[in-house]
Design a protein around this ligand. Structure first.
Ligand SMILES: Nc1ncnc2c1ncn2[C@@H]1O[C@H](COP(=O)(O)OP(=O)(O)OP(=O)(O)O)[C@@H](O)[C@H]1O
Length: 378
């Protein structure tokens, strides 16, 4: 038996997801490290997307990627059978989309009726465009931070919803000239403080793990994960709001508070400029570091979706990255152009199942036993 201690996907049925018209993946025998190979546009990322849709109910690709449902079809269906840790029975997650509406069910119960903390599968994605995550809009990084905080501090979900509500009211008051803005200040400051407290507590542990992992990568020498809480350090948020009121009224929006928080990677408080390959390593390490914190709080490992993680890495960096990924006891889905090369075939990241995707069709639709020699000859 493998060393998996987290939930594992056992079977995956996909109907009409982008170019995957009908795919059935059987992972019941070997299921720890699943390698998906295939040419550009074959459908590897779409397969990872299917697992992500099951777990999170939405895609990681933006609207630019177009419709999820295969052109000319009306309905997308994804069904995953999985086994939770310490469970002797299987659970079934279903994602369905028809038209613009989607629905998820967990063992036949619509997921909307379960608290988000009870989401049965957690996935971690290291995908396309890590630079956008690290250098683009802060919303993306805040999303990453809060998703991770949320799984140790479930209260964060309610606090964030309350903050959104108060912020909307406060912004509406600003747009009406500001006469009633102060009505919302106390609640806004209080929620910002509570959310920041939870973020900071998680961040301290996350940062420590990130620094340990970063030690293995020379380009990250002296780099750190730092937090911007959304208003200047050593300042009182209420004071900042009061002093900035005329600018807020002019812009019609709240300019300081927890909704403006951000995390960055860099030295001495300045974000580092990273190449595409380096950015991918950093995103991997951030996810690994968060996973370590989660494991310390007793959470089971997430499923990992790794999309072409080492495509732009030199061999030494790729080998080091596979080595740290190999320590994971999670189920890994690894998409790559080919099975060839370095670290992936060494020791603990050695795949135990491999599928080749060609024009949306999976071959072979069965488990294969891989040895390093066979791996590089496929
Ligand atoms: N709604 C749709 N209907 C049919 N095909 C679609 C639809 N949306 C996207 N596609 C096609 O599905 C394929 C998806 O490819 P995907 O991104 O999964 O490829 P990949 O194997 O990960 O390639 P790469 O290695 O280049 O990342 C593309 O060829 C795309 O044109």
């Amino acid at each position: 038996m493998d060393g998996l201690t987290g939930p594992r996907l056992l079977t995956l049925r996909i109907r009409n997801l982008r170019n995957l018209r009908s795919v059935d993946l059987d992972l019941r025998e070997k299921s720890q490290r699943i390698l998906l190979t295939g040419d550009n546009g074959a459908g590897k990322t779409t397969l990872l997307e299917a697992v992500y849709l099951l777990a999170r109910g939405r895609s990681f690709r933006g609207r630019k990627a177009g419709s999820l449902t295969t052109d000319g079809e009306r309905r997308t269906l994804i069904e995953g059978r999985f086994r939770e840790v310490d469970s002797s029975s299987d659970s079934i997650l279903v994602f369905e989309r028809s038209g613009r509406g989607s629905l998820r069910r967990y063992n036949s119960v619509p997921l909307g009726s379960l608290p988000p903390s009870d989401s049965p599968l957690r996935v971690k994605l290291v995908g396309e465009n890590p630079q956008i995550l690290l250098e683009g809009e802060p919303t993306l990084r805040r999303g990453l931070l809060d998703w991770n905080v949320f799984h140790v501090e479930h209260q964060l979900g309610r606090l964030r919803a309350d903050l959104r509500r108060v912020l909307a009211q406060r912004n509406a008051a600003l747009r009406q000239g500001g006469a009633r803005v102060s009505t919302w200040d106390a609640a806004f400051v209080d929620l910002s403080g509570q959310i920041t407290g939870k973020r900071v507590a998680f961040l301290e542990r996350w940062r420590a793990q990130f620094r340990t992992l970063a030690d293995d990568f020379a380009f990250l020498d002296g780099c750190d994960l730092f937090f911007e809480r959304g208003w200047p350090e050593d300042s009182d948020l209420l004071d900042i709001l009061e002093r900035g009121r005329s600018a807020e009224i002019q812009r019609g929006q709240t300019l300081a508070g927890a909704h403006r928080a951000d995390i960055r990677i860099g030295r001495d408080g300045s974000p580092s400029r990273l190449s595409r390959g380096q950015a991918k390593v950093v995103v991997c390490l951030l996810q690994l570091a968060a996973e370590r914190v989660h494991r310390m709080t007793g959470l089971a490992p997430s499923l990992w979706l790794l999309d072409d993680v080492d495509a732009e890495l030199d061999k030494g960096t790729a080998d080091r990255l596979w080595r740290v990924l190999g320590e994971s006891v999670a189920q890994l889905f690894i998409a790559r152009l080919s099975a060839e090369s370095g670290g992936i075939a060494d020791g603990s990241t050695m795949p135990d199942a491999m599928f080749h995707v060609e024009h949306g069709v999976l071959t072979p639709p069965a488990i294969v036993d891989l040895t390093p020699t066979r791996l590089s000859s496929v």
